[in-house]
Design a protein. Structure first.
Length: 439
């Protein structure tokens, strides 16, 4: 028996993260012993390299705007583990988490005995906790975010109402494959027989994989840029505005409070999945509710503004595809300002490429630093980051991020931008610091 929240977390985080051979058999067996709680849930399944979290957030707020209760399963968390399992944006309580751990712990112990070294992993346990929680605390719909890849992800034992694939980029290449089509094959693994598929902005070779998989599964793909479209309608101030078209749905001046063309793409992908869900269930959609849902969406750590003058923002752009999007956002919204970027990255990312991408924006100054990486994953040292681009006059180094922030604030004027980015774990630390300072 687990008595306390701390013990519950210890049990979860004490598990192996990966097993040698990927399989869904163990997860199916695990759920079967628990009575297949996932079979009771109505779900939308969201995979993709980047944009999953924001797409889940848009979907959550679209459903909430029409009065539905919405469960979400997301990763990683920004401040506390409980955020991963939330209802209408409110994390699971500590007591409920303890109760769920106590429910699954004997099953985990049994599987450990039966499967020897091959008992459930940490993420399988997270997923099991979520299925059990929403089966015993019912909601109208659960938006389930894939942890890694798709095909062998522990969430992939479900049959959702709609499958969503946001973007395909090069990340986790050691696990998922080293080309876009190979990674696309892994993500396409969530496509189920007869379940409609919504895709964000994919490259032609990635979209071809989706179309082929969907055809084999007797379903079809609705893809951004081919079947539904967005048009940026820029206006001054924070946020984005755009027009959306898909078939008979033609709406102008939809607004979101998040910055970046990629957030317009995420909002449109979520909106198409939302409409598709309503088509499947033969329910009407209401444009006033859609506008309210999109406008309301906030997603911590995605170009999130912590202060206004100067703008200090945080963004968990933790891989090269995200940095490419970030560079585009900076050119579009901050071309007239000096930009100071405080960068700290995990050592297993393509950090030299990330730094080069940012330096292509001419008004960017980078201060590289380090933070305490999670568990066994080290952060890239400032020296490694600086070596990655050989001496460049717009790069400096700082021992830790508070001194990097001091350095940046000594140079900026009121309308400049200070951006802390590079790893979700890093910005989680920064966000907590600012939150504590406010209280």
């Amino acid at each position: 028996m687990v008595e306390t929240y701390a013990e519950a977390l210890q049990f979860i985080h004490g598990r192996d993260r990966f097993k040698k051979k990927p399989t869904l058999d163990r997860m199916r067996q695990f759920m079967h012993i628990l009575g297949d709680p996932q079979a009771q849930l109505k779900m939308i399944h969201v995979a993709g390299t980047n944009g999953k979290g924001s797409t889940v957030a848009f979907l959550r707020d679209l459903f909430m705007a029409e009065g539905q209760t919405v469960g979400t399963f997301t990763s990683p968390f920004i401040t506390r583990f409980n955020e991963r399992i939330s209802t209408d944006g409110q994390p699971i309580s500590d007591d409920d988490l303890v109760a769920m751990v106590n429910r699954i712990q004997p099953v985990v112990a049994r599987l450990d005995r039966e499967l020897a070294e091959e008992g459930p992993t940490e993420f399988e346990i997270d997923t099991a906790l979520m299925f059990c929680y929403f089966a015993s605390h019912p909601v109208d719909i659960v938006i389930v975010e894939v942890g890694l890849g798709g095909l062998y992800d522990s969430t992939n034992i479900i049959t959702p109402a709609v499958s969503v694939i946001t973007t395909i980029g090069l990340d986790h290449m050691k696990i998922l494959g080293d080309t876009i089509p190979k990674i696309a094959m892994q993500k396409a693994g969530i496509i189920k027989s007869g379940v409609p598929v919504v895709c964000g902005r994919l490259t032609p070779d990635a979209l071809a994989v989706m179309d082929q998989t969907a055809t084999a599964q007797h379903t079809d793909v609705r893809a951004l840029g081919r079947d539904f479209n967005v048009q940026n309608q820029p206006e001054p101030g924070w946020g984005e505005r755009f027009a959306y078209t898909w078939g008979d749905h033609r709406w102008r001046h939809l607004e979101i409070d998040l910055l970046g063309q990629y957030q317009i793409d995420n909002a449109a992908t979520a909106l198409t999945a939302f409409i598709t869900y309503h088509q499947v269930r033969q329910l009407p959609v209401n444009i006033a509710e859609i506008r309210a849902g999109l406008k309301h969406t906030a997603w911590p750590g995605r170009f999130e503004r912590l202060t206004a003058e100067p703008v200090i923002a945080i963004d968990g752009a933790h891989n090269e595809p995200a940095m490419v999007e970030m560079a585009q956002l900076l050119r579009q919204h901050f071309a007239q300002h000096d930009i100071y970027i405080i960068l700290a990255v995990l050592a297993d990312k393509q950090y030299s490429q990330m730094v080069r991408t940012l330096l292509k924006v001419s008004n960017v100054h980078i201060i590289v630093t380090q933070f305490q990486g999670p568990g066994k994953r080290p952060a890239a040292t400032p020296q490694a980051l600086e070596d990655a681009v050989t001496s460049h006059k717009r790069i400096t180094m700082a021992a830790d991020w508070p001194s990097a922030l001091k350095q940046a604030l000594a140079n900026v004027s009121a309308d400049d931008l200070v951006l802390l980015t590079g790893s979700l774990y890093f910005i989680s630390e920064v966000r907590q610091y600012f939150k504590d300072a406010d209280e």
